[in-house]
Design a protein around this ligand. Structure first.
Ligand SMILES: Nc1nc2c(c(=O)[nH]1)N[C@H]1C(S)=C(S)[C@@H](COP(=O)(O)OP(=O)(O)OC[C@H]3O[C@@H](n4cnc5c(=O)[nH]c(N)nc54)[C@H](O)[C@@H]3O)O[C@H]1N2
Ligand SMILES: Nc1nc2c(c(=O)[nH]1)N[C@H]1C(S)=C(S)[C@@H](COP(=O)(O)OP(=O)(O)OC[C@H]3O[C@@H](n4cnc5c(=O)[nH]c(N)nc54)[C@H](O)[C@@H]3O)O[C@H]1N2
Ligand SMILES: [Mo]
Length: 841
């Protein structure tokens, strides 16, 4: 935005006027501005350069040797054209309240209102909904990747506010790890998505074969849940250097030759989407029939190989031996290549790195279970550089880090020489971690009785459609509550959820939909009441590196944009419409800065108890961060080392104490879509299903290179990648040729669920039959609020089905069958990246 536009827009809101008047001359600000003010984000920590009273640039944090480009887009995001300037209400909702015409959601005009009016509407609606429909009638699950910060965590704050006012329905699981986190505790006693894998230095020294199995570690480590310090990249570089010195073989098993494949010049095993279990079974069959499996490890450290073996060999109901030949027909990998992989993995010290895309699919419980089974057969679990890991691709997994302290100074000792799972639990090092705002207040009051039932996060649409319906979930029965109101703060469901057109209809069932965001996202446009929030550079907060290596100060760099308020202040002011007691329960009598200091001091005390001296809060705030050492022992960490040595003493948290290739517990649920051992189940849509006649291409939707989901799509970053202003879709040269599609063409991608535009990238990097389009491009309907309409920009979730993975996890999917054609009509303009017209503005 140039200065003139800024002044023009600024003149709309009083706050922005004040901002504009404060603008000093460029020269003056350049000469006078101090070094940047410290802050942090999901993209990294940085110093915000404040020029002309605005946040105009970033310097990456000096401790971050591999800063991601994403951090550079934060200033542009701050002043994006689609920022929400003031509270707004949908026109018909303003007239008729909860009795409004819901089919107008997304189509209606918005009307500017005062904060007072907006919060009064929200408060009255919370009161009415609670009174008429009870604790669970408001959905406050509010899934999403809000900004970082211990204080301004909108999800925790929203939960806290709703809890204080009378309860809400929340969610369990995540869109990230729905299936893996539900299934793996049955197998290893641990949620494998968060388990610490063997440390990189151990791999660099010992691994001979590294397999990126549906994992793009080079891309997805750019960000972290918390703040990344990007140390992964140092180790990836060392790994590549080491591979020049001694022979380390890299494979990438993926329908796409991804960023990681390119970096390591890895051999590409082109697997059909969602068929990895068949491929793994083919490898397993070869291992077993050629006696390449580790009988001793299976006997000593696993349970139930016997039952699995019968299935593998075809001695069970289906009477199918899972030979490489059988597997090849399903997964599209040549039989000889499958045999080669089996021999390679068995003869080399092999690390199987599994990502999470394979579990974001129909029957997504199976791939990780089968990966662990395969690793068990290879028998290298617990050996340096071998085994498996399911979190190398995420938030610095595998990087040696200081573990979060428990406050027990003795535990450091127990780590020496012992790095197995037992030690891992009690382990600590220099870092005390950092706490944050909690969903429950410590202040006593009637709210302590409020109920907070949960639904599996990805079942929200089904829940809205079917109040009172009972579903099977993880050995239990869950009854869907009757949701009348939803409140979202810090997430973007009209990006993250599947089957957009079905979703639009389901959301019409809500009487009231409140959205708190900084931007006019597709979600905000579907809301009745829209409350503008600040971004992290517009407020003070505190946060930590995901690695636990740093605690970061987040100092306010610029004034809140327009009338935006901090999430914390929005909820505090909302509660004034209840009573002072409600407000007090929320704030616990602390100011925002006192909370920040409180979180720091709690860490300070913890550190002190474990013999670590942290600087005072004042010193810390001044400097911007404090650093914690990584103990040497963390660099030697080998997952399952102790368990392997003595599985009786170091038993796992499973019923047998061992790795469960067969789970009696899961078998006892008697589900037909998830049984006692890993199995190949045909997905609802894949290249082998009948639907391919109509929709012959298998779409996958991995995570974007230049965004965090939908975040930052409204900045210049999108111009680095978009094709003709559309989200790119990668299509194989042969598939493109068949359809007369050329590189750079705008194409229409469609199936029975909907239609979107995309920009064709014709390439050999994607397997024939598969197409790839990243998740997170903003939904831009040509007729807003109209189910079935064309998305002009390329929101892949228009096309993906919303059907649970199985009765076990009820997780989300990320693949679908589609057809593609060249778009022959005039290419429409994108409408989503500017503010909608607002009455009264
Ligand atoms: N097809 C397909 N779909 C997927 C996936 C896939 O692989 N394929 N992946 C899934 C996964 S793993 C995930 S985690 C989800 C991600 O889904 P989301 O986390 O919902 O996606 P984000 O785009 O990060 O949305 C965060 C929103 O919070 C807002 N926000 C940021 N900071 C603040 C703040 O401080 N306060 C408030 N009130 N709002 C804020 C942002 O503007 C943005 O609109 O998507 C899922 N969807
Ligand atoms: N830059 C960036 N980084 C991110 C995120 C982001 O939005 N942007 N999001 C973060 C979040 S919330 C999460 S949960 C993680 C997600 O981490 P993941 O779920 O592991 O990431 P994806 O990109 O979905 O998929 C990883 C790889 O799997 C491949 N793949 C897709 N389908 C299949 C299949 O059927 N079989 C096989 N073998 N491979 C397949 C994809 O082509 C891709 O190369 O990433 C995190 N990191
Ligand atoms: Mo995620």
């Amino acid at each position: 935005m140039d200065r003139r536009t800024f002044l023009k827009t600024g003149s709309i809101a009083a706050a922005a006027v004040a901002q504009a008047q404060a603008i000093p001359l460029v020269g003056e600000s350049l000469l006078n501005d101090k070094k940047g003010s410290f802050s942090a984000s999901h993209f990294g920590a940085f110093e915000a350069n404040v020029r002309n009273s605005r946040f105009e640039g970033v310097n990456a944090f000096e401790g971050d040797d591999y800063p991601s480009s994403l951090v550079n887009a934060l200033p542009a995001r701050t002043y994006a054209e689609d920022r929400i300037l003031y509270p707004c209400v949908r026109e018909d909702y303003l007239k008729n309240g909860y009795k409004s015409d819901k089919s107008k959601r997304g189509k209606d005009k918005f009307v500017r209102v005062s904060w007072e009016k907006a919060l009064e509407l929200v408060a009255n609606e919370i009161k009415r909904t609670h009174k008429e429909f009870g604790d669970d009638s408001i959905y406050g699950g509010s899934y999403g990747w809000y900004c970082v910060g211990s204080l301004n965590n909108p999800q925790a704050l929203l939960g806290r506010m709703l809890h204080i006012t009378g309860g809400y329905t929340s969610r369990t699981c995540t869109y990230s790890t729905h299936a893996i986190r539900q299934i793996t505790p049955y197998i290893t006693g641990t949620d494998e998505s968060t388990a610490k894998p063997t440390a990189y230095p151990v791999l660099i020294k010992n691994s001979e074969c590294i397999v990126f199995w549906g994992a793009d570690v080079v891309n997805t480590n750019q960000i972290a849940w918390g703040v990344p310090d990007h140390k992964t990249y140092k180790y990836l570089k060392e790994l590549k250097e080491e591979a020049k010195k001694r022979d380390i073989k890299f494979y990438i098993i993926d329908p796409v030759y991804n960023n990681t494949g390119m970096y390591f010049d890895a051999e590409h095993i082109k697997v059909n989407p969602t068929t990895d279990v068949a491929l793994m079974l083919g490898i397993a069959h070869y291992l077993y029939t050629n006696k390449l499996h580790d009988e001793k490890f299976l006997r000593k450290c696993t349970y139930g190989f016997k039952q699995f073996k019968e299935y593998l060999l075809g001695n069970t109901e289906d009477k199918i031996a899972k030979t490489p030949k059988w597997a090849s027909k399903i997964c599209g990998v040549d039989e000889k290549v499958i045999e080669m992989l089996a021999k390679e993995f068995a003869s080399k010290r092999t690390m199987l790195m599994g990502g999470w895309a394979t579990q974001r699919a129909h029957h997504g419980e199976q791939p990780n279970w089968m990966l662990i089974t395969l690793a068990s057969m290879l028998g290298q679990i617990g050996l340096p550089g071998g085994g498996y890991g399911c979190s190398y691709h995420y938030s610095g997994g595998g990087v040696p880090m200081p573990a979060a302290a428990t406050g027990n100074a003795q535990s450091e000792k127990s780590l020496n020489g012992s790095t197995g799972p037992q030690a891992e639990k009690g382990a600590l090092s220099a870092s005390p971690g950092l706490s944050g705002m909690s969903r429950k207040t410590k202040i006593d009051g009637p709210w302590q009785k409020s109920k907070v039932p949960v639904i599996p996060v990805s079942r929200i649409v089904e829940c809205l459609e079917n109040p009172g319906k009972e579903i099977k979930f993880d050995g239990n029965i869950i009854k869907y509550p009757d949701i009348r109101m939803a409140y979202w703060a810090g997430g973007n469901p009209f990006h993250h959820h599947q089957d957009r057109n079905r979703m639009i209809k389901a959301y019409q069932k809500l009487e009231t939909f409140v959205v708190q965001d900084a931007f006019w996202t597709a979600t905000a446009r579907m809301a009745d009441i829209i409350l503008p929030c600040t971004l992290e550079q517009e407020r003070n907060d505190i946060t930590k590196a995901h690695s636990n290596s740093y605690i970061f100060a987040m100092k306010q760099a610029s004034e809140p944009y327009g009338e935006a308020k901090d999430d914390y202040d929005i909820f505090t002011e909302l509660l004034k419409h209840f009573s002072n007691k409600h407000v007090h329960a929320f704030t616990e009598g602390r100011s925002k800065m006192e909370w920040i200091e409180h979180f720091y001091n709690a860490s300070y005390e913890k550190a002190k108890n474990s013999g670590v001296k942290m600087p005072s809060f004042k010193e810390f705030w001044e400097k911007g961060y404090c650093e914690f050492e990584t103990p040497e022992v963390a660099k030697k960490f080998v997952r399952f080392e102790d368990f392997r040595k003595n599985p009786i003493v170091n038993r796992l948290g499973t019923p047998s104490g061992k790795i469960e290739i067969f789970s009696k517990k899961i078998a006892s649920y008697d589900y037909d879509n998830c049984k006692g051992h890993p199995m190949w189940f045909e997905p609802m849509e894949w290249l082998g299903s009948e639907k391919v006649d109509k929709y012959p291409l298998n779409l996958i939707s991995p995570h974007p290179k230049y965004r965090l989901h939908s975040q930052l799509n409204n900045t210049w970053l999108r111009h680095l990648e978009e094709v003709n202003g559309r989200e790119p879709i990668w299509i194989n040269t042969k598939d493109a040729k068949k359809r007369g599609i050329k590189n750079g063409d705008v194409v229409r991608i469609f199936n029975d669920r909907g239609q979107i535009l995309g920009g064709a990238v014709v390439t050999e990097y994607v397997k024939e039959g598969a197409v790839r389009m990243q998740e997170g491009a903003w939904y831009d309907p040509s007729e807003a609020g109209e189910p079935g309409t064309l998305c002009r920009h390329g929101d892949v979730n228009v096309l993906i089905p919303d059907v649970g993975t199985s009765n076990l996890a009820q997780g989300n999917q990320a693949t679908a069958l589609v057809e593609i054609e060249k778009f022959k009509e005039e290419v429409p303009e994108i409408g989503i990246f500017k503010s909608p017209a607002i009455k009264g503005a």
